[in-house]
Design a binder for this molecule. Structure first.
Ligand code: SF4
Length: 413
């Protein structure tokens, strides 16, 4: 059994992880005060044609990195992708399919905002091949939506969700809790309403104050930590009673309805990220590379046409790969098969034996020779659990600021 320090181990991947495609559309009607995503307020007409052309050029410049590999899921996120018309989305998906092998059963998700809802558009996206819509509901309370600066009201959210459910084979509703002025009863009422409307997948996010956001500079009064924890428990109980599986920190699904694209992040799969500010992770036999595209939309579009959209590309050091894996996989309620660690990281599980032992002693994980999973306590104190896997050596300049409470985040339009 090798106990060499992880920084001295060489990455050797026996197989390539599944590959997903993430496409970022970086505009919104208005910037929400809590949002730290790469989203920019729409001013005037959006350059839909130019942006799609830039995405296609970016894709073409990226093909060599993923040559011969099949795309299993596609996620069009933002920003607010539903600001783009169905024709643009259709052109984009046709361009992808003609350049990359896309699994015929691929999950193709697009994010939509109730504030940009038009019934005809949803049918157009479906005709373009989108088979899963993720609707940024956030709350069914007008007061809560106003408190977090959303551009839509509760009735718009209801209409958008109902229509999405009638058009798409499967739908996610994003909800947020611990909102300014929100009571635990109101947080649970939001969840119950999503259930009652028939949505098969719910993502429930705790409102957090991220650096460089309006709320960070001007924090609103919010429920305290104990109340927020009570809300979280009540939400989990309500969704559990309704038959939803709580399979990831913030994700709940009816059986068979888990988000395949996000599961690929959480199981440390690969993804090619196209679009302004998009991140990607691509594995090779002997290394894992993370890359980030230029963030500003205009700069990205200019550079992508010159096949030069990558702002930063960095090979992960062996010492930081276990943390990156755990950051994602320990979010899963059921944890991960022991063998997956080696398949995805190219490192033996013995590389983190000391850390696993310590986490087990602290009651944060449970394991046998087949599976490692966070305990109830590990899930509640996920940041403490992840701390154990932080590389001890000083890390190279980060490709992105990693917040250990967030990991690979499905976006929240
Ligand atoms: S939260 Fe969503 S809708 Fe609001 S600014 Fe951010 S990406 Fe846009």
């Amino acid at each position: 059994m090798s106990r060499r320090p992880v920084e001295e181990q060489a990455v050797r991947l026996a197989e390539m992880p599944p590959l997903a495609l993430y496409i970022h559309i970086p505009w919104c009607l208005r910037k929400c005060p809590y949002c730290d995503f790469n989203s920019h307020e729409k001013r005037g007409e959006l350059p839909e044609d130019d942006y799609v052309a830039a995405l296609v050029a970016d894709l073409e410049a990226s093909l060599a990195k993923v040559w011969g590999r099949r795309i299993h899921t596609i996620f069009i996120g933002g920003g607010t992708p539903s600001l783009f018309g169905p024709e643009a989305i259709d052109r984009l998906l046709v361009a992808v399919r003609t350049r990359l092998p896309v699994d015929p059963e691929a999950e193709i998700t697009m994010e939509a905002n109730p504030g940009t809802f038009e019934a005809e558009r949803f049918r157009g996206y479906r005709a373009a091949g989108v088979n899963r819509l993720s609707v940024g509901v956030q709350s069914f309370s007008d007061a809560a939506l106003a408190a977090i600066g959303r551009v839509h009201g509760a009735d718009e959210a209801r209409r958008a969700l109902d229509h999405a459910l009638s058009v798409f084979p499967t739908v996610n509703a994003d909800l947020m809790y611990a909102l300014p002025g929100q009571s635990p009863e109101e947080a649970v009422a939001d969840v119950r309403e999503a259930v009652a409307r028939g949505v098969p997948h719910v993502s429930a996010y705790h409102l957090t104050l991220e650096p460089d956001t309006h709320f960070h500079r001007h924090p609103p009064a919010r429920p305290d930590d104990d109340t927020a924890a009570d809300m979280q428990e009540a939400i989990e109980a309500a969704l559990g009673e309704a038959g939803y599986e709580h399979y990831e920190t913030s994700a709940f699904a009816r059986p068979g309805q888990r988000a395949r694209h996000n599961l690929n992040y959480w199981t440390f799969g690969d993804y090619l990220g196209l679009g302004a500010g998009a991140h990607g992770k691509i594995s090779f036999r002997d290394r894992i590379v993370r890359e980030a595209r230029i963030r500003k939309p205009q700069g990205y579009m200019r550079a992508a046409l010159q096949a030069d959209a990558i702002d930063e590309s960095r090979e992960l050091e062996a010492a930081e790969i276990p943390f990156e894996f755990m950051l994602n996989a320990l979010r899963l309620t059921e944890g991960f098969p022991v063998a997956l660690f080696e398949r995805r990281t190219g490192l033996p599980i013995t590389a983190v034996e000391r850390e696993l032992e310590s986490a087990e002693r602290s009651g944060l994980i449970a394991r046998d020779h087949l599976r490692i999973r966070p305990t109830e306590r590990g899930r509640r104190f996920l940041n403490d659990l992840l701390q154990a896997f932080l590389p001890s050596a000083p890390r190279p300049r980060p490709l992105r600021a990693i917040s250990i409470s967030r990991a690979e985040r499905p976006s929240r339009p």
